[in-house]
Design a protein around this ligand. Structure first.
Ligand SMILES: *Cc1c(COP(=O)(O)O)cnc(C)c1O
Length: 230
């Protein structure tokens, strides 16, 4: 087996164990392979090992990669910050955008989503632990933004996404993820039809699954360490 194939296997085992420990069916959790900074060959290798959903942070890099992988039936998720001048690329090329944290960005994505493509799946990004310099809407503003996004054409609001600060241990990781889970439940109780809670990465996917994550975004454990972005 190749390294990526092996790694994918291990990550799927981690997800399965965490689901079992949490008493959840494994089908409830989707694995997003985060391929940022890795080339098309790494994506192809993961695809050969059965991986279909890929997450990318840098929009230009992602679009170039997609062009090189045109023949493969992959699902692309934008998980990096979306500036106004990048919305057209996201609307034209991705299946999902996880990082909507302003109405203006959602409106542009709705206007720019081509008619010929399916609805763009969208998550509202929430700054769940209040990191000062972080993207994401404040938790108390999430419901209002989600309501507005839910009414936009060409988009399908799916849920919430978070990127908490690293925590020292499982209990601390789980506490932050549970905060996101409670907010997710609140929005559903308020009548929004959400099915996706995008949280958990290489270091904390078990805690995220315990708290109710439905989509873990894993890069390092699949593709290896990344060179620092310069
Ligand atoms: C890079 C990244 C990931 C993957 O992180 P790993 O620790 O490598 O698993 C997940 N989500 C977002 C938003 C990222 O930027």
């Amino acid at each position: 087996m190749t390294t990526i194939r092996n790694n994918l296997h291990s990550v799927r085992e981690r997800i399965a164990s965490a689901c079992k420990a949490a008493g959840r069916p494994v089908e409830e959790v989707t694995l997003l392979a985060v391929s940022k900074t890795f080339g098309p060959d790494a994506v192809r290798e993961a695809a050969d090992a059965g991986q279909a959903a890929f997450g990318e942070n840098y929009i230009q890099e992602a679009v170039e990669k997609m062009a090189l992988l045109g023949g493969l039936p992959l699902e692309w998720h934008c998980i990096g910050p979306i500036q106004s001048n990048k919305t057209r690329l996201v609307a034209g090329h991705f299946d999902w955008a996880h990082t909507v944290d302003r109405l203006k960005i959602a409106q542009r994505l709705a206007e720019q989503r081509p008619e010929g493509l399916p609805l763009l799946n969208v998550c509202v990004q929430v700054n769940i632990d209040g990191g000062a310099s972080k993207s994401g809407v404040a938790p108390e503003e999430a419901l209002a933004l989600a309501r507005e996004v839910a009414h936009l054409p060409r988009l399908r609001l799916r849920g919430l996404m978070t990127i908490p600060e690293p925590q020292p241990d499982f209990a601390a990781q789980k506490a932050v993820h549970q905060k996101a889970r409670r907010l997710f439940d609140q929005l559903r109780d308020a009548g929004l039809a959400l099915d996706t809670l995008s949280m958990g990465m290489t270091a904390d996917l078990e805690a995220a699954i315990h708290a109710g994550s439905t989509m873990v975004r894993v890069g390092t454990a699949i593709f290896g360490g990344r060179a620092p972005k310069v």
